[in-house]
Design a protein around this ligand. Structure first.
Ligand code: ADP
Ligand code: MG
Length: 603
């Protein structure tokens, strides 16, 4: 660290503009936060029509146009000053805040790091004001005409803070963040019409409506008919909204929206309360959809604990937990989604029988018979029944693959005539020369599909099977963006997916061998898996191959025929690396005869 000379150490008050730039770092970290602040202001201004225009993932343009109250010239100029707000005048006001903004920081921060063009006409006026601000400095003030309302265009965000600009991600990623932010507003304010235009194309044009219809508009038609209304009014909180049934549960938490006094929040306690209402009926790895609104006296909540205000502190956390869980549970029981809790809690198996259509059976995409048919004999290695399994006696395969490289060319496979057993519909047991091998059926299949998918992506496209009934799938704008990103690779794997206009796609074909009947589910599963994959894995191809393999492999719990098991083993040993799944989990363990002998004191 450089030591400052005493002359340099002189304490100065920072220029206003620099203060704003520093503050901007806290409030505005990416284009999506600009969108959030501008839309909040439009809502606070009482608008019932809001249009958002995006270019270059928000890096080149973010424009928000509203038909709200507008501002006169004096207020328009004031609005860009730090701590200038029309929303509170005292500390007491802050305790009872009902608007989305109140700090008076957003516009000042945004203006300090971009070029802003504002046009605003106050209600009842026909003339208004236009302002041009660059790096926080007003360059031009003009008169303008137009309808009441405000338009704010933010261009070249972070142009004067290159370090921040460097932290921005690809346009498509920044655009997804923006979609996320907008989703929250569109769900929370169904009475407001929202239009989104990206790169000149209209992404959606949501008409003002009531809540349930808006949820369907935003989350897609697949949720229609699967929403269970939640409603309760207690002294502590008013609860309204919807939870989704089993049919629309997903493998990511993406479709979970919680609003406190119509402000989007993230809260683990409430989240847990909603899951808890389902009891133990939720299949592992699935998350229920919900759009829940809480109304609580603002004085009983501290919204100031988190700078971007998505986390809050409740005065009555515990009671709130019970209230929310109770309300959701009553809704589920009323709609017979879950049975009434008795002392004997229903097991997952009971639930499975009861809700057959919706539980993980649907997730089994491959029928074992098809696997047998799809086994390509030409790629299998010659049977070498005498070669021992490459493992140390009595130990699981250690996670060091390298030592097996030498053994790989002479890898053994259990003879196809060998006896195989399925244990708990999960593991395949087979005799090998040195003893016993235990194979995890899901992980084994995952390895097979992963290598196939990678080959198809890198070398030549895999064959697809045409669907007799093409499937139309309406995706959320966010999922649609992900799909666009991975589509070229999915096509190589064998999916035939075409655009149907907007964010609706038609699936006309799937990879040969995929079990028919769950195609749209697997597409959503792959998207979910893809987006939850660590972003550190930069190679898109790798991520797509892994997501596909993981989501289309046979599951634990699926009963396999002897032929299917043999086929699986054959295909496994034809892969490059049959010992580990693409995520690094072992595919098999071996137990040697020596080890068994030792355990039975047979010496
Ligand atoms: P805050 O929202 O915390 O008050 P902002 O910096 O976001 O602070 O906005 C400053 C002020 O500018 C607001 O209090 C409001 O009076 C005015 N303002 C901002 N955007 C709009 C808009 N779209 N329509 C009308 N007034 C607006
Ligand atoms: Mg604001």
């Amino acid at each position: 660290m450089r030591i400052l000379s005493s002359a340099e150490q002189k304490i100065r008050v920072l220029p206003e503009n620099l203060i704003n730039k520093i503050a901007a770092g806290e409030v505005i970290d990416r284009p999506a936060s600009v969108v959030k602040e501008l839309v909040e202001n439009s809502i606070d201004a009482g608008a019932d029509r809001i249009t958002v225009i995006i270019k270059g993932g928000g890096k080149s343009l973010i424009q928000v146009i509203d038909n709200g109250a507008g501002m006169d010239e004096e207020n328009a100029i004031m609005s860009f000053q730090r701590h200038a707000t029309s929303k509170i005048t005292s500390y007491q006001d802050m305790e009872r805040i009902t608007t989305l903004g109140f700090r008076g920081e957003a516009l000042a921060s945004i203006a300090s790091i971009s070029r802003v063009e504002m046009k605003t006409v106050a209600t009842g006026e026909i003339a208004g004001t236009s302002l041009l601000i660059e790096g926080g400095v007003i360059q031009k003030i003009d008169k303008t005409g137009g309808n009441p309302g405000t338009s704010i265009a933010v261009k070249n965000i972070f142009y004067n803070t290159p370090a921040r600009r460097k932290f921005l991600r690809a346009d498509s990623t920044e655009y997804r963040y923006i979609l996320n932010v907008l989703n929250r507003f569109t769900l929370a304010y169904p009475e407001i019409g929202f239009t989104l235009i990206n790169e000149g194309n209209q992404v959606y044009d949501l008409k003002p409506t009531f809540s349930e219809e808006r949820v369907v508009d935003v989350l897609g038609s697949r949720v229609q008919g699967n929403l269970i209304a939640v409603q309760d009014d207690t002294a502590l909180a008013k609860i309204t909204g919807f939870v989704g049934g089993f049919d629309i549960m997903r493998k990511s938490r993406n479709d979970q929206y919680l609003f406190l006094n119509r402000r989007y929040i993230v809260d683990r306690t409430i989240n847990y309360a909603i899951s808890a209402a389902f009891g133990d009926t939720i299949p592992k790895g699935l998350y229920p959809l919900y759009v829940i609104f809480l109304e609580i006296d603002p004085e009983r909540v501290d919204v100031n604990v988190h700078p971007t205000k998505t986390e809050v502190k409740f005065a009555d956390q515990q009671s709130l937990f019970s209230v929310v869980r109770g309300a959701v549970k009553r809704a589920l029981t009323r709609d017979e989604v879950i049975p009434e809790m008795s002392s004997q809690r229903p097991s997952f198996e009971d639930m499975r029988a009861r809700f057959r259509s919706s539980l993980p059976d649907e997730l089994h995409h491959f029928s074992p018979d098809q696997m047998q048919m799809n086994f390509d004999k030409s790629t299998s290695h010659p049977v070498q029944p005498s070669a021992p399994m490459p493992s140390q006696p009595g130990q699981e395969l250690p996670p060091d693959e390298s030592q097996y490289q030498a053994a790989a060319p002479q890898r053994s496979q259990p003879q196809t005539s060998a006896v195989v057993w399925q244990l708990h519909n999960k593991y395949i047991l087979s005799q090998i020369k040195s003893g016993l091998v235990v194979i995890d059926q899901h992980v084994a299949h995952e390895r097979i599909l992963y290598e196939k998918a990678k080959k198809s992506i890198e070398q030549n496209a895999a064959p697809s099977q045409q669907l007799l009934f093409p499937q139309t799938i309406e995706l959320t704008p966010e999922d649609f963006e992900y799909l666009v990103e991975i589509l070229p690779f999915l096509q190589k794997i064998g999916f035939v997916i075409k655009s149907f206009g907007g964010r609706t796609v038609v699936m006309e074909g799937v990879p040969a061998g995929l079990k028919i009947g769950s195609e749209n589910k697997i597409l959503l599963d792959i998207i979910d898996e893809y987006k939850t994959k660590q972003s550190s894995e930069i190679d898109v191809r790798e991520r797509v191959a892994k997501s596909f393999a993981c989501r289309s492999a046979i599951m634990a719990g699926e009963k396999l025929t002897t032929e299917a098991m043999n086929s699986l083993i054959d295909q496994l040993f034809a892969t490059e690396n049959p010992y580990f799944c693409p995520h690094g989990r072992p595919v098999m363990i071996t137990i040697s005869i020596d080890e068994l002998d030792k355990r039975f004191d047979r010496k």
